[in-house]
Design a protein around this ligand. Structure first.
Ligand SMILES: NC(=O)c1ccc[n+]([C@@H]2O[C@H](COP(=O)([O-])OP(=O)(O)OC[C@H]3O[C@@H](n4cnc5c(N)ncnc54)[C@H](OP(=O)(O)O)[C@@H]3O)[C@@H](O)[C@H]2O)c1
Length: 319
């Protein structure tokens, strides 16, 4: 699968980071204009909203469908507009695929990820089901999100996995010991989500920040006041490096990811056209080996205070 070097995460347009300062019309415009900025790989999911994010993305890409690649995700049991757990049973995946196609208004989904591994359904059954959807022309490729290395290998044996999408950034290094080497070995692409640390690595969030209801950062340990303070050292270093280069901290955070491997494609999320362009500009930012080594050494030295998810959600990742 060939995609733009940087994608666009669309989740925040419908949920996750508090009320959207922009209108529906603005979001359609951000998505459509991204093509001019060279960003043609869009990320959504059934659960975002739920449902409304896929509808928004579908509406926005309608006139540019042949220029873009669309990724969405299945794997939740959604009842009355809320997730009540995981569900990757084969019949359910097939129903979700049909519903996604309808909401997106497309004939095929370019990349269909399982959002979280379902402990009640063997991964071989999930991979086989997505393989059947590919046979039926409804899906082009199979992806997994926040998967563990053993499950990834098992899935890939049953049906080839095109991409893994997991959290990865300067302050979330979890995929480095096992997942990235497995992707490299098996020829699987890697899509870092929350590549800007949910905004933290851009320097836009200071330790006194408070998060409104509906902003998931209110529930994430890393974003609690004392942890935000402890984690400033890393962002200060990113800011200093950015100033020295005449670029922005967001661009440094993305350039660091881009420099890891050519098959790594971050999908920063934004609701703003100017930030979209800023983030896309990270492809022009070069970090020297010394600068990357300095960043890595500092990150290792200062560590990160606080988990990246609530205790309950941490139980769902890495299986
Ligand atoms: N597979 C999964 O389980 C999973 C989980 C989370 C996310 N995702 C996907 O990954 C995408 C990206 O992750 P994310 O949105 O969670 O986090 P992110 O991209 O790390 O950060 C998004 C946050 O940063 C802000 N931002 C973006 N560009 C900025 C800039 N240049 N300067 C200052 N602030 C900036 C955004 O605010 P504004 O919108 O106001 O610009 C938003 O609050 C999501 O949209 C979603 O598609 C997947």
């Amino acid at each position: 699968m060939q995609v733009s070097a940087i994608g666009l995460g669309c989740m925040g347009m419908s949920q996750g980071y508090g009320s959207n300062p922009g209108t529906h019309h603005d979001m359609v415009s951000v998505i459509r204009t991204s093509v001019d900025a060279g960003v043609t790989f869009f990320d959504t999911a059934e659960i975002y909203g739920p449902f409304v994010n896929e509808e928004l993305v579908g509406e926005a890409v309608a006139p540019i469908r042949d220029q873009i690649q669309l990724a969405t995700k299945f794997g939740w049991d959604i009842q009355d507009g809320k997730s009540v757990g995981l569900n990757s049973r084969p019949e359910h995946i097939k129903k979700v695929a049909d519903a996604c196609l309808q909401r997106l208004g497309v004939e095929t989904i370019d990349l269909f990820y399982q959002h979280r591994v379902d402990p009640n359904v063997p991964i071989e059954d999930v991979a086989g089901t997505v393989g059947e959807l590919v046979q039926a022309g409804k899906v082009k490729r199979f992806g997994l999100s926040e998967v563990g290395a053993d499950t990834l290998r098992k899935a890939h044996t049953t049906y080839p996995v095109t991409a893994v999408q997991s959290e990865y950034s300067l302050w979330t290094r979890d995929p480095e010991p096992e997942i990235l080497p497995t992707c490299a070995e098996l020829g699987i692409g890697f899509v870092p989500f929350s590549p800007l640390g949910r905004g933290f690595l851009t320097g836009a969030i200071d330790p006194s920040a408070s998060f409104s209801q509906g902003d998931m950062r209110a529930t994430i340990p890393r974003f609690q006041a004392e942890n935000l303070s402890a984690n400033q050292a890393l962002v200060n270093h990113v800011r200093a490096l950015a100033e020295a280069q005449g670029v922005t901290p967001a661009q440094v955070a993305l350039a660091w990811l881009l420099a890891q491997a050519p098959w790594i494609v971050p999908i920063p999320g934004t609701r703003s056209l100017s930030r979209l362009k800023e983030n896309a500009g990270a492809t022009e930012v070069g970090l020297s080996a010394d600068e990357r080594a300095d960043l890595d050494a500092l990150a290792a030295r200062v560590g990160v205070a606080g988990d990246r998810y609530s205790e309950a959600h941490m139980k769902l990742v890495g299986h």
